[in-house]
Ligand binder design. Structure first.
Ligand code: GLC
Ligand code: CA
Length: 447
């Protein structure tokens, strides 16, 4: 049960050919390292052909590989080799919208959401302005929840559903073991296009799509996993667990790193997640400031406390590349900003430093600024965060199947039972005690 998912942001993970862009052979070359770390799954952000208006989240062909990353053969080879090391490969499916350069947008305009005039008050997440863009070809407007170059697909259209059935089977046939589903709460829009964001996202009919996809996964052994990017409040999460195997918990990720904020979220999650499903925890991804910065505030002890929680709570944990070395957000000068969002997400997307001199990144697409926390140095140092992470991944196996129960503890200390083990973490910067044991500031212990 459960497992550790390692999220790869492929442009910034490992570059095999010196063009400054991470790629699939680069990931493949690091599989031994990831196996050493002990991860069960790698989930890569999109590797599909894309004009990169939103760095891969604007897909131009759901069946291909962007030449920056390699070829379909490279992806096949990665999947096969990962499997031989007992690591699953999950891809990132973007079904809410395609790129406006996808041939569907020219050949099948009926796959998209259209209206005459500006039918409602819906706004684009990226521009903050109306989400309806005039298309002169038809003198009609199409919906774009994100950038204008990312037209929303119309999930009321049977043909769209059929297309994605084919896409899922294509990748499952290639032995992809799961998908992270982008904007999983947003696919279906109100048929009447009523005013209000509640009619643009989180529509109840979205679950029918996942019921159908769940049927498709059942055609395969082992059954592939469906993980939703479910950007909804905690009370809405159980509904998504009906047909998704995993629904990402953003209330946890976005909370402040405070016991009084996090513990109630964990307790509610543990109450609400259906008995046959598992919770999932993470503190970083490619859209949020890295947890070493946001939660750790530069203090590696705080970051380790965060790793302790993510890796010792029940269910699945996601590590975003760099979490294992306490990598902080990169400093990206204004002239190097590549992201369309405001504030830009470049700081959490900078290259992963493998060595102190950073020679593995020649002129990378985003600057490599600080290499003081890097993989090579930490691999050589048994007291490093990298070794700490590896040890936690090893230790969590001892109680992977056990439930969670909050235990009484001193103020600022969080203790919970996992079977016959007790996990305890000091969430303060002064030392504390638990059952006669001294805990240093931010120290976590498995007793
Ligand atoms: C998701 C992705 C984000 C992207 C957006 C639009 O939130 O994680 O990176 O910009 O969807 O596809
Ligand atoms: Ca490359």
């Amino acid at each position: 049960m459960g497992g550790v998912i390692y999220q790869i942001y492929p442009r910034s993970f490992a570059d095999s050919n010196g063009d400054g862009i991470g790629d699939l052979p680069g990931i493949r070359a690091q599989l031994d390292h990831l196996a050493w770390l002990g991860v069960d799954v790698i989930w890569s952000s999109p590797t599909f052909p894309s004009p990169n208006v939103d760095w891969g989240y604007d897909v131009a062909d759901y069946y291909g590989v962007h030449p920056d990353f390699g070829t379909l053969d490279d992806l096949d080879a990665l999947i096969a080799e990962a499997k031989s090391k007992h690591i699953e490969v999950w891809l990132d499916l973007v079904p809410n919208h395609s790129s406006d350069r996808h041939r569907w947008f020219a050949e099948h305009p009926e796959y998209y959401v259209w209206a005459k005039g500006r039918p409602n008050d819906w706004r684009s997440v990226f521009t903050g302005k109306t989400a309806w863009r005039l298309d002169k070809r038809f003198d009609r407007r199409y919906l774009h929840q994100f950038a204008p170059e990312q037209p929303d697909l119309d999930w009321w259209a049977d043909a769209v559903r059929d297309e994605f059935d084919r896409i899922l089977r294509f990748w499952f046939d290639r032995r992809v073991s799961g998908f992270r589903i982008d904007v999983a709460h947003g696919l279906i829009k109100d048929k009447l296009l009523r005013d209000g964001v509640r009619y643009m996202r989180e529509r109840p009919e979205v679950h029918e799509i996942y019921a159908r996809w769940q049927q498709i996964t059942l055609e395969y052994h082992p059954k592939p996993t469906l993980m939703g990017e479910t950007y909804v409040s905690l009370d809405k999460l159980p509904a998504y667990y009906r047909y998704l195997d995993l629904a990402q918990n953003f209330d946890f990720c976005r909370a402040d790193f405070e016991l009084d904020e996090l513990r109630p979220i964990v307790e509610q999650t543990m109450r609400d997640v259906p008995a046959d499903r598992e919770p999932i925890w993470f503190g970083s991804n490619h859209d949020h400031s890295r947890m070493a910065t946001r939660w750790g505030k530069g203090d590696e002890r705080r970051h380790r406390a965060a790793l302790f929680l993510v890796l010792t709570l029940p269910g699945y944990a996601i590590l975003y590349q760099g979490d294992e070395i306490a990598l902080e957000d990169g400093k990206v000068p204004r002239r190097r900003i590549t992201d369309l969002a405001r504030p830009p997400r470049d700081p959490e997307r900078t290259p992963l430093p493998w060595t102190r001199d950073g020679e593995e990144w020649r002129d990378p697409w985003l600057p490599l600024t600080n290499t003081s926390r890097n993989v090579a140095d930490q691999k050589d140092d048994p007291s490093s965060t990298l070794h700490y992470t590896r040890l936690l991944i090893e230790q969590r196996k001892q109680f992977a199947d056990e439930s969670y129960e909050t235990l009484p503890s001193a103020k600022g200390v969080w203790a919970y039972r996992r079977g016959d083990r007790t996990c305890v973490v000091n969430m303060t910067d002064t030392s504390a005690t638990h059952e006669g044991r001294t805990l240093q500031p931010w120290q976590g212990l498995i007793l």
